[in-house]
Design a protein around this ligand. Structure first.
Ligand code: TRP
Length: 454
């Protein structure tokens, strides 16, 4: 008794929705501070290799499963491998996106707060000490970040409630092109700042002596996080794709725009950090702590330009975060409506409520609950590490094993090449299948193991 499923309306819409999911806080907030923390250009080089050799094959594996089955992550496993233990992979991927959503929404809330601060011209008006101290005080407070988290999450739920076509597709289509223009402008501005040269060198001159197993593992985790892999987000979106879409093209298009966007964000953030004489290794606060300082300094001489750049910047982060967060919620909503017969409204609110509660605890873990540790980390850090370092690689590994070893090669071939009708796909199929079957799983496993043992 299958319900009629919605589909994305056009090829451009699919790529934009996938890119909308991929491009988010991972690119603008997480990537620059990871680059700063893990040694600059060398991290970027490893990140690019991890994206091409490990992440892209998972992207293809998820799209193949999603479109072949035309179902949510759980239903996909039941359709392609009925009554096997693979259903646990389906279940894993229902749980993890909602966990990610809960702490992601906290950072989404930060961008809401900062947008309001920018709109109020706060960065120019405050004193040096106020600007640098603001982030620490804000995240450690009880109510402000919780309210911001609530506003962010409610917006996400509202968009998902409107449905795939009217909500996600419309929203993403309207905002993604604007986003590209904005980040290019900000990067260009950042490069004109006196003293930004050091940042450019930092981003372009790799020092490979800094590479350690944990740098490689972090680069891999970042690549998976950035492409929304390992938890069935891409699988679910691919299940909304029509049979005549090209999986190779949408995968390459998404990966290329995601990579391009991350590097642009790096160029927007890191040179500005150097120009201000600040340290790139400041951690998760990098974007929220150092950029307001830069807007503040600039505000002394150019108040209007500084205010406008600040508003545009935090608006950019917010929009990018929203398009990603809706993709996390959609995975669970697809499961609950299709497998459990819940209506879309109930499913959306149930998952939102769960993410809200966990998110509130994450938010408080910077303040009143900072003494509560799980395996040595406050809740926010614990969940981020659990997801990026463990659940995403594990999910990704299992998706590649499923397509590489469980699905008949003929089915994979049929799906990837649209029944043998696409030329470039036919040509690349042996390589892609090799990557999915051997290179990616072995690579992920080795990175996992060396990080664990060394
Ligand atoms: N890729 C998004 C970003 O870079 C975040 C994201 C969306 C995600 N869906 C996901 C991360 C699923 C992991 C899994 O911000």
């Amino acid at each position: 008794m299958k319900k009629e499923r919605e589909n994305f309306g056009s090829r451009a819409a699919v790529i934009m929705a996938m890119a909308g999911s991929a491009i988010g806080l991972g690119n603008i907030w997480r990537f620059p501070y990871m680059v700063g923390e893990y040694g600059g250009a060398a991290f970027i080089v490893v990140y690019i290799f991890a994206s091409l050799l490990l992440a892209l094959p998972i992207f293809f594996a998820e799209s193949i499963i999603g479109r072949r089955s035309g179902a949510n992550t759980f239903g996909a496993m039941e359709t392609l491998a009925p009554r096997t233990r693979w259903k646990w992979l389906g279940l894993l991927t229902i749980v993890s996106p909602v966990i990610i959503l809960s702490y992601y929404s906290v950072v989404g809330g930060w961008s809401v707060e900062y947008l309001f601060k920018a709109l109020a011209f706060d960065f120019a008006a405050a004193s040096d000490a106020e600007v640098t101290g603001f982030f620490g005080r804000f995240i450690a407070s009880t109510w402000q970040p919780v309210v911001a988290h609530t506003v962010f999450l409610a917006t996400v739920a509202g968009i998902v409630l409107a449905g795939v076509k009217k909500g996600i597709e419309k929203f993403t289509k309207a905002t993604m092109p604007v986003l590209f223009v904005l980040i290019v402008l900000i990067a260009a501005y950042s490069l004109t700042l006196p003293g930004s040269r050091g940042g450019v060198d930092y981003l372009l001159r790799p020092d490979f002596s800094k590479l350690t197993p944990s740098v490689v593992a972090a680069a891999m985790g970042q690549a998976f996080f950035s492409l929304s892999l390992g938890v069935g987000t891409i699988l679910t979106y691919a299940s909304y794709m029509r049979k005549d879409e090209n999986l190779l093209a949408s995968g390459l298009g998404t990966a290329a725009s995601d990579l391009f966007f991350a590097v642009l964000a790096g160029f927007a953030v890191v040179p500005a950090v150097f120009a201000a004489g600040l340290a790139p290794g400041a951690g998760p606060g990098l974007v929220f702590e150092t950029l307001p300082y830069i807007f503040h300094k600039m505000g002394a001489t150019l108040p209007w330009a500084s205010a406008i750049i600040a508003i545009v910047f935090f608006l950019t982060i917010l929009v990018a975060a929203l398009t990603s967060a809706i993709s996390m919620l959609e995975v669970g909503v697809a499961y609950l409506t299709e497998e459990k017969g819940m209506d879309r409204r109930a499913a959306t609110w149930a998952l939102t409520a769960f993410a809200w509660v966990v998110g509130v605890l994450c938010s408080l873990s910077f303040g009143p609950l900072s003494h509560v540790h799980l395996l040595g980390n406050p809740l926010f850090d614990f969940l981020d590490k659990l997801c990026s370092n463990w659940l995403l690689p594990l999910g990704g590994l299992l998706f590649t094993l499923f397509v590489g070893w469980k699905m008949p090669r003929a089915d994979v071939y049929d799906e990837f090449t649209n029944g043998g009708t696409l030329r470039a796909n036919l040509l690349l199929f042996p390589l892609v299948h090799f990557l999915i079957r051997y290179a990616a799983p072995v690579g992920i496993f080795v990175v996992f193991l060396t990080d664990l043992l060394l």
